[in-house]
Design a binder for this molecule. Structure first.
Ligand SMILES: Cc1cc2nc3c(=O)[nH]c(=O)nc-3n(C[C@H](O)[C@H](O)[C@H](O)COP(=O)(O)OP(=O)(O)OC[C@H]3O[C@@H](n4cnc5c(N)ncnc54)[C@H](O)[C@@H]3O)c2cc1C
Length: 454
């Protein structure tokens, strides 16, 4: 071995920093290896929405929420394909994770409603600032060494005990990990071959995410016999601009404030209140995989500055949210048949006023929450939207201690994982804010357990 540490953590995104900080707090000398030149992975590109229940902000707004309700929502949105033990881990530890971040100086904008949430529990934060805070803390901790530009290529295993004993870097350097290795290397939204391999229907979705997120961690664990879970449930997210660049956040969710989504024919194609992952699937079935979110001035006014998915004014400033004085004029701007769009809006408005959406049975703004709104007051707006694979939310099987399980469900000694590269938690769809939430919750658990060396 060329060097050694008690714990090696692979990947310096949100899960990696939380793991390293907790492992060091248990007295473990921890080496955090990041393959790119800078830290932050997909985390810094994200919308910054985090799902927590029972917070002081919710209480002050009269929102009744609890760990139990959050767990129930997770299972509902995941269509009960989730591992209940991992859902319980989230529910039991989420409030502590929220407070742990607050103690460190992470700030949240007012709570919002979002996909998969039967009450508003999306706590928006600035993800880049959150990483800066954790990075600063980790860099100041003498037990943590952070090395960037250090891609890990393989896990090293003792041939007799079969324990994971370290890692080998791409340049051949070997690092021993006395207590264990934690993989926090993110998903594979930037690896089209892997997407094609596991979820061919999603190949039509745009690929967005951190440049290092090509599935290295999953492959390294898989090579050691790790089980995989949820691979078939990979889904893109609706609301991303069709011309988005791979490292650009463009998701806008006016639908959850009352907008409708139409296709290039000017027709609605889905109940807009369901998970944006499921709408992502629906838009992939539409001509050219393109939809438009259509809203009017009162819905536009419900935008929330600084909360990426609801920051309508920022989209208008950058020119991607198109504005017109009438529905017909808007139709011309986006190139859909004007008569069809006008008819669609009129039919939808009539349904809202009658209390019955005859077309798609939409009953609320998001997941049954919130009163529907008509679209009738000029000016009108349209946001071109497609499905983008911003994260993969599936991967290696882990137990509630975040120890990686092999294909037979047996723990692989010395190997842990956390963050986006773990499977079993989300099930078939996704509740907004649970990936970042899971990185903090599960990263901290992985860090504490790997430090115990058992
Ligand atoms: C545009 C966008 C919007 C999103 N919005 C939200 C949201 O609002 N709420 C939410 O909950 N989730 C959101 N997500 C998903 C969420 O951001 C990610 O799932 C989460 O940040 C993943 O964190 P992580 O720590 O697991 O991985 P990352 O933050 O991606 O970090 C993994 C790190 O590992 C490094 N790495 C990879 N391979 C190696 C290797 N071989 N050796 C060393 N290092 C390696 C990578 O370079 C990367 O830095 C969004 C994602 C995107 C892209």
């Amino acid at each position: 071995m060329n060097s050694e540490a008690d714990v090696v953590v692979v990947g310096a995104g949100l899960a990696g920093f939380c793991t390293a900080i907790e492992a060091a707090a248990q007295g473990a000398n921890t080496l955090l290896l990041e393959k790119m030149g800078t830290v932050g992975g997909s985390t810094v590109l994200s919308g910054g929405s985090m799902a927590f229940a029972g917070t002081d902000d919710q209480t002050s707004r009269g929102i009744k929420d609890s760990s139990e309700l959050l767990a129930r929502d997770l299972l509902t949105v995941g269509d009960y394909a989730n591992d209940p033990a991992l859902v319980k881990v989230y529910a039991d530890n989420q409030l502590d994770a929220y407070r742990w971040l607050v103690e460190r100086g992470v700030k949240y904008a007012p709570v919002q409603a979002a996909a998969g949430q039967s009450v508003p529990r999306q706590h928006p934060t600035d993800p880049a600032e959150m990483i800066r805070i954790l990075h600063r803390e980790a860099a100041a901790e003498p037990r943590i060494r952070i090395e960037t530009g250090r891609p890990v290529a393989r896990l090293l295993r003792d041939p007799v005990s079969m324990r994971i004993i370290g890692v080998q870097l791409k340049d051949g350097t070997k690092v021993s990990a006395q207590r264990g290795v934690v993989l926090t290397a993110g998903g594979f939204s930037r690896n089209p071959e892997m997407v094609e391999q596991f979820a061919p229907l999603q190949s039509a979705a745009k690929s967005v995410g951190g440049p290092g997120n090509v599935g290295d961690g999953i492959k390294m664990a898989w090579h050691m016999g790790a089980g995989l879970r949820d691979m078939a449930y990979i889904k893109g997210t609706f609301g991303n601009r069709p011309d988005a660049r791979p490292e650009e956040h463009t998701a806008m969710m006016a639908i959850y404030k009352g907008a409708i989504a139409v296709n290039k024919l000017g027709r609605r194609f889905v109940d807009e209140s369901i998970s944006y992952k499921l709408i992502g699937d629906a838009v992939l079935q539409q001509p050219d995989h393109v939809g438009y979110q259509i809203l009017d001035e009162p819905i536009f006014a419900l935008g929330v500055d600084g909360v990426k998915m609801y920051d309508f004014r920022a989209r208008l400033r950058e020119g991607s949210l198109l504005k017109a004085g009438s529905i017909e004029e808007l139709a011309v701007k986006i190139g859909v048949p004007a008569t069809a769009l006008a008819e669609t809006v009129a039919t939808y408005n009539a349904g809202v006023l009658a209390g019955r959406d005859e077309q798609f049975a939409r009953s609320g703004l998001v997941q049954g929450y919130g009163e529907l709104r008509t679209i009738e007051t000029a000016p009108f707006y349209a946001y071109p939207s497609t499905s983008a694979l911003i994260a993969t939310y599936c991967g290696v099987t882990v137990d509630p201690r975040m120890q990686v399980l092999d294909v037979f469900g047996e723990p692989i000694p010395g190997l842990f994982a956390a963050g986006e590269m773990t499977g079993g938690f989300h099930g078939k769809a996704f509740m907004t804010g649970t990936s970042l939430g899971k990185c903090v919750i599960c990263g901290r658990i992985a860090g504490r357990n790997v430090a115990l060396r058992n």
